[in-house]
Design a protein around this ligand. Structure first.
Ligand code: THG
Length: 268
């Protein structure tokens, strides 16, 4: 599983304040904590409190600060092509980047796939197009297919593409999580080799009381369906233990009596 740490996000109070005050310490500390928790990559999101005109500069600053402490892949989480380009320039000074994300309109796909090719970056393709978030399995698959075709047209390897079926809060639409699980299973059949599949797990439990429980049960089912990347909170140790155990039970990692501790030691 590729674990992408979600916590460098202006939506969180401490990071939002750090961006406003240009204080690198909370950002560096959050990067280090997530890496110690087993993150393989870090999502970088300036949040919505930064005025639009300042988002590219804020993205550059967040990435430069994070790059001081890690050369692991950075996921540039912003919908603007210009902000993503600025982020790619800063992130690829050392190590790789993942574009997070493109939607499925033809012109968006062409532009973002062009950037992915130019920077040798990974790219997340959301199940969203001009009609909004696709609500059905068929709708999500159709956008997924278009995303894979656009990658091939732009010379981006399928190994660098991450399809995201979009998970929304379960307390808004209780039918949606089951649809996402079945979509994950079918995304993996769209090409050979299979495309990666990623979700922003914490969306699922927004506004709910039992957040951690909901997240880890869903992650288990999603891994069973073929999920191989997740944007989530690596500081949630119960979630991490659940994820590692699911991988052991599906023979995606090697069993030993000490597999839980071995997992984090392997990341150090
Ligand atoms: N897909 C992709 N990228 C994504 C998402 C996705 N990036 C953003 C988001 N969704 C994933 N990241 C988060 C980060 C935090 C939360 C949810 C998703 C979260 N935050 C707390 C809340 O809203 O309750 C904030 C709590 C606080 O302020 O302390 O839940 O789906 N490709």
């Amino acid at each position: 599983m590729l674990v992408i740490g979600e916590r460098i996000n202006g939506m969180f109070e401490a990071i939002g304040e750090a961006i406003k005050n240009k204080d690198p310490k909370p950002v560096r500390e959050m990067a280090e904590k997530q890496l110690a928790g087993g993150a393989d990559a870090l999502d970088i999101n300036v949040g919505t409190r930064v005025p639009k005109a300042e988002r590219a500069a804020a993205m550059r600053w967040l990435i430069e600060v994070t790059r001081e402490v890690t050369d692991k892949p950075l996921s540039i989480d912003n919908p603007s092509l210009e902000t993503v380009r600025v982020g790619l320039q800063a992130a690829t000074i050392k190590g790789r980047a993942i574009i997070n994300s493109t939607t499925g309109q033809a012109e968006k796909l062409a532009a973002f796939m062009g950037l992915a090719h130019e920077f040798g970056a990974g790219i997340v393709g959301l199940s969203i197009d001009e009609n909004g978030v696709a609500a059905t399995i068929e709708g999500k698959l159709e956008i997924g297919m278009r995303t894979l075709a656009a990658a091939t047209d732009a010379g981006v390897s399928i190994e660098d593409v991450y399809l995201d079926p979009i998970i929304l809060p379960v307390n808004c639409d209780q039918k949606a999580p089951g649809i996402v699980i079945e979509t994950i299973r079918q995304f993996r059949l769209l090409s050979d080799p299979a495309p990666h599949v990623v979700i922003g797990l914490s969306n699922l439990s927004q506004g709910a009381t039992e957040r951690s429980l909901i997240n880890r049960v869903f992650l288990t089912m999603a891994i069973g369906a073929g999920l191989d990347a997740s944007i989530h909170d690596p500081l949630d140790t119960e979630l991490t233990n659940t994820m590692v155990t699911a991988e052991i039970l599906l023979n995606k990692a090697i069993y030993s009596d000490s597999y839980l501790t071995a997992y984090l030691q392997g990341k150090a």
